[in-house]
Design a protein around this ligand. Structure first.
Ligand code: ARG
Length: 590
């Protein structure tokens, strides 16, 4: 509705008052007032030296003239111009959308500069966990939402595949692994490498304890524990290109990456391109040199390189260690520059947990200092933690909830609840299993995406599968019911006359449907998929109340029947496409 009226209002202001505005604010008409959409005009009173009510009336008349088939009428309440769209407009809209599914979803326009979205971005020393799931779902949804506004999107991740963490897993595997591989053990590659990361830690703790018992102070013991020295040694060998170390590194990284790919496939997220820290950390070092030349960075006596950000309320930040090795931020400098070189993008969004807020502030501020023109188009989509209720699920590696285990748990819970409710009785076994996966995933995804990204979440697998609350399966079920209604209707056409009057329940539903593109735009601007999730929930509630109040198949006449079927069809289409923006599939029955 906004997309439709905004240009007309700007034109009206131009023609009436010679006023050129880049945008105007439109709001839904307040309850209790007649109208569909409202233009508040107070802000014009001073410039135009006219009472707001007079301005509203003039704009209202002009709009009727400009859009005679669309604007049915208006009324003025103080400084509010309440605009009613005509029954013809509603009828035309509904007919067209029924014939042309996909309302609100734009195709990306390849002539526009793209948006790159980075998400997941794991380290390669252990499997993905619940945090990566929230991250990946957010990144995937934000990508789909931005793409639906017509911008090309490039989905990416950085794989942090070098450094001390992976060296630890390598050392432990070499010491204790006895040649174990994913094939020989039947353990998924990422879990196998994770197992050795845990092994490292066990051995390390033991050694620190022993050294402490011999009277060494804790800090020294942590630094001097033999296995830790070995890990540091391993990292140095890696940096020096030692062939044996590189071969081990490659073998273990390949195991992990294969495991990640399987989890991503299962979760239903993908990437258009990937970056590896092992490639970009050297680029980062070059950028550090450039910053030194430009006098933006400085070298301390010990040889380490720093940047001073205290003028921005941040502190001094290390960029290269005294021994010349890079730190976490070094590779991020290189990766950012490479991305803008390689792709026609004007925006880069990093989906990363809020514990790295400081890191991204520093990163963006350094890139600005270095003068990259795109540096003010970098965003950190920062998100909160996900907790499970105490005692709900233990993970095999101990402290965190493993992604593969959680997905399996979701499928099992979906199976249990569906079978208890007798929902899939008589379905072929293969279809059943497919449906449980679709339901289980929807429950997980919707539950994590319906919350504002910044907020922490308490995730209860069982509650998330409730068929009646604000859940993914509830929305899927609404879609399935609409499909079955349309199926029962048999052959019908989206042909119906303009009704003398729309029933209130019909109009409420239609008005909500019309808003879908505005919702997508809003979600894209705020990088917040929860806007889409909550819209879909409201839409389904409105549909259910329409369906309970008004007969569809048994409507009083054929025009009304076709109109209500059309309303149902378009609602179903919006539910399906809206859920797709959240990465959620719909089954045809459940
Ligand atoms: N691998 C990092 C971690 O697990 C996250 C990387 C985030 N992305 C980035 N460009 N720094 O903490």
């Amino acid at each position: 509705m906004k997309a439709l009226l905004e240009p007309a209002i700007r034109r009206a202001l131009r023609e009436l008052y010679d006023l050129n505005l880049d945008s105007v604010e439109l709001i839904p008409t307040k309850k209790g007032f007649e109208g569909d959409i409202t233009f508040p005009v107070f802000f014009l009173a001073k410039t135009l030296r006219k009472p707001p009510a007079a301005i509203a009336a003039e704009v209202g008349d002009k709009l009727k003239e400009l859009l005679p088939d669309t604007v049915g009428g208006y009324n003025v309440a103080g400084g509010f111009l309440n605009i009613s769209l005509s029954p013809e407009f509603y009828t035309r809209f509904l007919r067209e959308q029924t014939k042309r599914p996909g309302y609100g979803i734009r195709r990306p326009d390849p002539s526009l500069p793209g948006v790159m979205v980075e998400y997941s971005s794991p380290n390669t020393n252990k499997p993905l966990h619940l945090g990566h799931i929230r991250n990946s779902l957010l990144g995937y949804a934000v990508s789909a939402i931005i793409e639906a506004t017509g911008k090309p999107v490039i989905r990416t991740q950085i794989i942090n595949d070098r450094g001390i963490h992976i060296s630890k897993s390598m050392v432990a595997w070499k010491k204790f692994g006895e040649g174990e591989t994913p094939e020989s053990s039947g353990i998924k590659g990422d879990h196998l490498v994770g197992k050795y990361y845990v092994e490292f830690d066990k051995q390390y703790r033991k050694e620190v304890k022993e050294l402490a018992a011999q009277g060494m102070d804790e800090e020294t013991a942590k630094r001097e524990a033999p296995i830790m020295r070995e890990a540091r040694e391993m990292l140095k060998k890696w940096e020096n290109g030692d062939p044996e170390t590189l071969a081990l590194w490659k073998m273990m990284n390949d195991w992990v990456l294969e495991g990640f790919r399987e989890t991503y496939r299962e979760l239903g997220v993908r990437f258009d391109t990937e970056y590896f820290e092992s490639d970009t950390y050297l680029l980062g070092k070059k950028i550090v040199e450039e910053g030194l030349r430009k006098g933006i960075f400085y070298r301390k006596e010990d040889g380490s390189v720093w940047v001073d950000l205290s003028d921005e309320g941040l502190d001094e930040k290390l960029l290269l260690r005294a021994d010349g090795t890079s730190v976490y931020i070094t590779q991020d400098l290189g990766t950012a520059v490479k991305r803008f070189e390689e792709f026609d993008i004007d925006t880069l969004i990093y989906v990363v947990g809020s514990e790295q807020d400081y890191h991204f502030k520093v990163l963006f501020s350094i890139l600005k200092k270095l003068g990259y023109p795109w540096a003010d188009r970098l965003y950190h989509l920062s998100y909160g933690m996900v907790h499970l209720p105490e005692g709900k699920m233990k993970s095999r590696e101990g402290t965190v909830v493993d992604a593969d285990d959680l997905l399996q748990k979701m499928y099992d819970t979906a199976r249990k609840i569906s079978e208890e409710l007798g929902k899939t009785e008589g379905f072929p076994p293969q279809e059943k299993e497919k449906i449980y996966k679709i339901i289980g995933k929807a429950a997980l995804k919707y539950h994590l995406l319906k919350v504002d990204p910044r907020k922490d979440i308490l995730f209860d697998p069982k509650k998330s599968i409730d068929f009646n609350g604000n859940t993914g399966p509830f929305l899927q079920y609404a879609y399935v019911r609409i499909r079955s209604l349309l199926h029962k209707a048999g052959d019908w056409q989206a042909e119906f006359a303009v009704p003398e009057q729309w029933d209130e329940k019909e109009k409420d539903l239609l008005k909500q449907i019309i808003q879908f593109p505005d919702i997508i735009r809003n979600a894209a601007d705020t990088l917040n998929p929860a806007v889409v999730a909550n819209y879909l929930y409201q839409l389904v509630k409105t549909y259910n109340s329409f369906y309970q109040a008004l007969p569809v198949l048994q409507a009083p006449d054929s025009d009304t029947r076709a109109r209500r079927l059309a309303l149902s069809a378009v609602t179903g289409d919006v539910i399906k496409n809206g859920l797709a923006l959240l990465g959620i599939e719909v089954p045809e029955r459940m």
